[in-house]
Design a protein around this ligand. Structure first.
Ligand SMILES: [Zn+2]
Ligand SMILES: [Zn+2]
Length: 327
């Protein structure tokens, strides 16, 4: 099989020809049809997450077809199309797993981080953590839903029933969440890097009520804000933008340090919270929700071998929507 491998943190991925892995009894082997490039992949490659286990194949927005199944697997069976998200496995016995919070499992496995991921022609996944997809889905269009969509969905749930919703960082996740939120009847206020008029036009084209620079206050107070950009300074900025009792949800896995800010910006029952990983229930709810049926992802496909170019384009903010690798 072909794979793009992270051998050294901070260095470019290396194209490799590897043996196709064999499946354990509870695993399936997939032929990868498409794999999205997520900001978390950038954090893995750039060494911003703890304990990277190199060599590793990144990629956790996988759409593929099952080509082999382990002896204990009932579903999915060969020929079925599935998605493989960031949550690659959980222990099933810790207090978090037993209380419906498997996203916080004490002994989790993560696709493309602690398990081999989808920047490859083939990948092995734990069957119970695969998401069943319809036979007719478009692989490239669906791939970004597997993380940007799911984490965005979980972040939106955490934002509560906010009618006026701010989105900080208008990349892959925000472009999906914005569509879901608007279909649910909310108003979206999109904040981008100062001067990024292309991202602001993109947000407006998707139906945002307002789009502007992240260092400019929105027209009127927000009920909640979700921060997808990995920029800690946006936390106090977003707190200032939300009303009394408003929430600021941090949707990313990594962020630069949050600068000190006056207590009065938090006071009046404003809240700051983070979102970590996802649960399989999030995936079921996301793909079943009416509002998500109308989402149209904007993607830029790259051949698998050009993964480094896709990562660079994401790092430099040159993308509208999501980069997707196609083996
Ligand atoms: Zn657990
Ligand atoms: Zn991700």
């Amino acid at each position: 099989m072909r794979a793009m491998v992270l051998e050294t943190v901070g260095a470019p991925l290396v194209p490799k020809e590897l043996a196709v892995p064999s499946v354990q009894p509870d695993e399936v082997l997939l032929r990868v049809e498409a794999c999205g490039v997520c900001r978390t992949d950038l954090h893995v490659v750039d060494g911003e997450l703890p304990n990277p286990r190199t060599p590793i194949i990144p990629g956790h927005e996988i759409v593929g077809t099952v080509v082999a199944a382990g002896d204990n697997v009932q579903t999915p069976m060969p020929g079925m199309r599935v998605g493989v998200p960031w949550l690659g496995g959980t222990c099933g016995v810790c207090a978090y797993c037993r209380s419906g919070h498997e996203n916080l499992c004490d002994h989790p496995e993560f696709t493309g981080y602690t398990r081999p991921g989808g920047f490859a022609s083939h990948v092995v996944a734990r069957a119970a953590y695969c998401i069943l997809l319809h036979d007719d889905v478009d692989a490239v269009a669906t791939a970004p839903l597997l993380c940007a969509g799911l984490i965005g969905w979980r972040s939106l749930q955490r934002a509560g029933n906010a009618r006026r919703l701010g989105l900080y960082g208008f990349g892959a996740a925000a472009h999906i969440v914005a569509q879901v939120a608007i279909l649910q009847g909310r108003e979206v206020f999109a904040f981008t890097r100062p001067g990024d008029t292309r991202a602001q036009s993109f947000a407006l084209s998707l139906g945002a009520t307002w789009a502007g620079d992240s260092d400019v206050p929105p027209p009127g107070q927000l009920d909640a804000a979700i921060i997808f950009a990995p920029v800690g300074a946006l936390v106090p900025a977003a707190l200032k933008a939300v009303r009394k009792g408003g929430r600021v949800v941090c949707g990313g896995i990594h962020m630069s340090d949050i600068p000190a800010f006056p207590y009065r910006d938090l006071w009046e029952e404003r809240e700051i919270m983070s979102v970590a990983n996802l649960t399989r229930e999030d995936a079921r709810a996301f793909f079943a929700a009416k509002a998500t049926q109308g989402v149209k992802t904007t993607t830029r496909p790259y051949p698998l071998e050009r993964a480094n170019e896709a990562l660079a384009d994401l790092r430099e903010g040159r993308l509208s929507g999501a980069a997707v690798l196609v083996p």
